[in-house]
Design a binder for this molecule. Structure first.
Ligand code: PEP
Ligand code: MG
Length: 569
C-alpha cells in the first residue's frame, strides 16, 4: 500500500493511466534558434493562444457553476500577463535562445524563486508557474501530450505532477481517481479536484514508478491510502466505503453554511482542529465556524531551531484573519510525551508522559515561551485569538502564565508594537487533576476545552499506544464520562464556556451525552464539521438530558457503549 496526502474526499477503484507531466518527463534539449524576430513571433503566437484557451476553459468552468475554480485559470492568465514574464522571455530570445529555451529559463527562474520562499502558499504557486510553462511549451512544439479529455471511463490518473490544466481537461466520469507524486491540500490542482468531486491523493512518493499502466488501483481520498492491485476483498471494501461516503455526503451537505442548533433550538459551535496555518483552507472548506485547537507544536517540529517571533506572528495572524471575527483558539507549545522536538533538548525521562512536558516545560523555558506569547498578542489585532494552555494540572500554572502575558503586554507597549488587548486565556482540561479541580480552575480560566485524548489515558492509567491495556482506553468508561460531566458543570457554574477538542467531540454515539452535559463547543477535524453539526441537530435538550440520566446508571464501558450505539441517530 502506498500513502500520500488525501486532498479530495471519496473512494475510487479503477485502472491506472500513467502520465508524466511535461516538466517531469521532457528532455530539455533545444534546437538552434532561428532569427530573434522569428522566435519572438513564435512565442507571441503561443502566448496569445495560451491566454485564449485558458479564458475559454475558465468560461467552461463558470458555466458549470465553478466560479471560484475558474478564478484559478484566470489567475494563470494574470500571471502570464505580468509584464515581467513576457519581457523576461523576450530578453532571453534577444540573447540567442529559441522560444522554448527562453520560456523554460524565465518561468523556471520564477518557479525556483517561489519554491525557495519556504512559505507553503507561495511554494504552491511554483506549481502554477510550471503548469503555465508546460502549456506554453506544448503550444510551441505542437506536442500537446496525452489527451486527458479522452481517457477511458474508470481511469485512475497517476502522474508525477497534477497540474490545474490536467485537472480541467479531465472529463467527469472518465477519471474516477487521481494519484500524484507531488502537491498538497492547498495546491490549485487539489482545489480543482475537490470541485470536480474526484478523489485524489497527492505526494505519493514514486507513484509513477510503483504503479504500472493498466494495473488496478484503489484510491482512498479520506485516509490517503493507495492500494495497487487490490484483491477482491479490498475492492469490495473500497466499493462499500465509496457508497457509505456518497450517502454520508448527501446527508451532511445540507448543513453547509448553516448555524449549529440542537433539535430544541440551543445554539452550539462546531469548530476545527488544525496543525498549521496551511490547514485554514481545509477548515474553511469543511465549513468550520472557527478554530477550536491550533496545535502549534507542528511549527516547532522538523527543523533545527525554534521559529522566531516574526515567523510565529505571520502564522497566527494568517489563521486569525482568515476566521475573524470568529474565535481562533491557539494552544501554546505542547511538547514532550510522544511529541519530541530534538533541538529543545528535553532530556531523557523514564516516563515522559508524566514528566517535564507542555506548560511545565514552557514555564521553565521562559525565553522560548515569551516569544510565543508575544507573537500571539501581536497577532491578535482582530481580537479573536484565544490562548489555550496544554496539560494544566494546578492553578498556579494559569497565574504564572497571566503574569507572563501581563509582562509581555508591558514590553510590547514600551516597544510601541501593535497588539490586541485583553486576550482571553483558557486551558485544556486533559489531566485528572484539572478535571477534578475544574471548579477551582474555572475561577481563573476564561474557558475550558476538554482534551479527551489525554484525559482518557490519564484517567484510566492506560497508554493508548499499548495494545495490552487498550480495553481500558475508552471515553465511554464511566470514570471518564463522570469527569467530563464534572468539568461541564464547573464551567457553567462559573459562567465560562466549555468545549471539547479531543477526538470524542466528533463521535456521533457520544454527542447526545455531550449535549446533555451542556457542552458548548465541539472542535473536530475539518472533515467532520458537517457530520457533527448534523448529529447535534438531531437531538433535543430533553432527549440529551434523558440520555445522560440513563448513562449515569450504567456501570461498565461495555454497557455504556452498547447503550449509546443503540440510540444513535
Ligand atoms: C487531547 O489530549 O485530547 C488533545 C486534543 O490534545 P493532543 O491530542 O494534541 O494531545
Ligand atoms: Mg493532549
Amino acid at each position: 500500500m502506498l500513502k500520500g496526502i488525501a486532498v479530495s474526499e471519496g473512494m475510487a477503484c479503477g485502472t491506472a493511466v500513467v502520465i508524466k507531466s511535461e516538466s517531469g518527463g521532457r528532455e530539455k534539449t533545444y534546437r538552434q534558434a532561428e532569427s530573434s524576430e522569428k522566435e519572438r513571433s513564435r512565442f507571441r503566437e503561443a502566448y496569445d493562444r495560451f491566454i485564449k484557451d485558458a479564458e475559454k476553459a475558465a468560461e467552461g468552468l463558470k458555466s458549470k457553476g465553478l466560479k471560484q475554480e475558474a478564478g484559478i485559470l484566470l489567475s494563470h492568465v494574470e500571471m502570464v500577463k505580468d509584464p515581467s514574464v513576457a519581457s523576461g522571455i523576450e530578453e532571453n530570445i534577444s540573447n540567442g535562445c529559441c522560444a522554448e529555451e527562453a520560456v523554460d529559463k524565465t518561468l523556471g527562474f520564477f518557479a525556483d524563486m517561489f519554491e525557495a520562499t519556504g512559505d507553503e502558499l507561495t511554494m504552491q504557486r511554483a506549481s502554477d508557474v510550471r503548469d503555465i510553462n508546460n502549456e506554453l511549451i506544448k503550444k510551441l512544439t505542437g506536442n500537446e501530450g496525452p489527451d486527458i479529455s479522452s481517457l477511458p471511463e474508470g481511469s485512475v490518473l497517476v502522474t508525477d505532477e497534477l497540474t490545474p490544466s490536467m485537472t480541467v481537461d479531465m472529463k467527469t466520469g472518465s477519471v474516477v481517481g487521481i494519484v500524484a507524486e507531488t502537491g498538497g491540500y492547498t495546491s490549485h490542482s487539489a482545489i480543482l479536484a475537490r470541485a470536480l468531486g474526484v478523489p485524489a491523493v497527492l505526494s505519493v512518493a514514486g507513484a509513477t514508478k510503483l504503479i504500472a499502466e493498466g494495473q488496478d488501483v484503489a484510491v482512498d481520498g479520506i485516509s490517503g491510502d493507495v492500494i495497487v492491485s487490490p484483491d477482491n476483498d479490498e475492492k469490495k471494501c473500497c466499493e462499500e466505503k465509496a457508497e457509505a461516503f456518497r450517502r454520508q455526503k448527501a446527508l451532511t451537505e445540507e448543513f453547509r453554511g448553516k448555524m449549529t442548533v440542537t433539535a430544541s433550538g440551543e445554539k452550539k459551535e462546531v469548530v476545527a482542529n488544525i496543525g498549521n496555518a496551511g490547514d485554514v483552507s481545509a477548515a474553511k472548506d469543511g465549513d468550520a465556524e472557527g478554530i477550536g485547537l491550533f496545535r502549534t507544536e507542528f511549527l516547532y517540529m522538523d527543523r533545527d531551531s525554534a521559529p522566531d517571533e516574526e515567523e510565529q506572528l505571520a502564522s497566527y495572524r494568517k489563521v486569525a484573519e482568515a476566521f475573524a471575527p470568529a474565535p481562533v483558539i491557539i494552544r501554546t507549545l505542547d511538547v514532550g510525551g510522544d511529541k519530541d522536538v530534538q533541538y529543545l533538548d528535553m532530556g531523557k525521562e523514564d516516563n515522559p508522559f508524566m514528566g517535564f512536558r507542555a506548560i511545565r516545560y514552557c514555564l521553565e523555558n521562559q525565553q522560548l515561551f515569551r516569544t510565543q506569547l508575544r507573537a500571539l498578542l501581536r497577532a491578535n489585532t482582530a481580537g479573536n485569538i484565544r490562548i489555550m494552555l496544554p496539560m494544566v494540572t494546578e492553578l498556579q500554572e494559569i497565574r504564572d502564565v497571566r503574569k507572563l502575558i501581563d509582562e509581555s503586554v508591558e514590553e510590547l507597549k514600551a516597544e510601541g508594537k501593535e497588539f490586541g488587548q485583553n486576550i482571553s486565556l483558557g486551558i485544556m482540561v486533559e489531566t485528572p487533576a484539572a478535571a477534578a479541580t475544574a471548579d477551582i480552575l474555572a475561577e481563573e480560566a476564561d474557558f475550558f476545552s476538554i482534551g479527551t485524548n489525554d484525559l482518557t489515558g490519564y484517567m484510566m492509567s492506560a497508554d493508548r499506544g499499548n495494545g495490552k491495556v487498550a480495553y481500558l482506553y475508552s471515553v465511554y468508561q464511566p470514570a471518564v464520562l463522570r469527569m467530563i460531566r464534572n468539568v461541564c458543570e464547573a464551567a457553567h457554574k462559573a459562567g465560562i464556556p466549555v468545549g471539547m477538542c479531543g477526538e470524542a467531540a466528533a463521535d456521533p454515539a457520544l454527542i447526545p451525552c455531550l449535549l446533555g452535559f451542556g457542552l458548548d463547543e465541539f472542535s473536530v477535524g475539518s472533515r467532520q464539521v458537517l457530520a457533527t453539526r448534523r448529529t447535534i441537530s438531531l437531538w433535543s435538550r430533553q432527549e440529551a438530558e434523558d440520555t445522560v440520566r440513563k448513562v449515569m446508571t450504567l456501570h461498565t464501558v461495555e454497557e455504556t457503549e452498547a447503550y449509546l450505539n443503540s440510540i444513535k441517530k
